[in-house]
Design a protein around this ligand. Sequence first.
Ligand code: HEC
Length: 112
Amino acid sequence: MRPDATAWIGAALAIAVAQAAAAAPDPLPERQNELIYRLKQDCGSCHGLTMKGGLGPPLLPETLVDKPDDALVDVILDGVPGTPMPPWNFEISKVEAHWLVRQMKKGTIDDH
Ligand code: HEC
């Protein structure tokens, strides 16, 4: 393949990824506060108050960077059978789980 074609495909992919991220809606601001509170209290009891890990693994940008958002969202919603990670789909929606994953990957939990 010609080098310029590769660059073009790379640019097109980058735009597609940016658009996909922009299209994912954010929860309303009050709900964002609830979700962050929940993340620190409930999730923090296993993953550490500052997400550095405990019974559960750390949920930090550097540990999550290589994991696809969809896979992390599935873990949050469905839990991991046979481990202490419980399912949260009874109170966290898919849109909300995606938003939480974005916050964890950005490391912005403590900014809220
Ligand atoms: C009772 C303890 C516990 C609680 C509470 C808990 N987790 Fe977990 N979580 C775990 C464990 C243990 C694992 C590792 C599961 C495995 O072995 O795959 C895990 C895995 C994860 C993973 C996958 C991490 C990775 O690197 O693949 C994510 C994301 C996650 N939890 C998010 C959450 C969120 C968000 C909450 C709160 C809504 C939460 N967890 C609450 C114990 C917990």
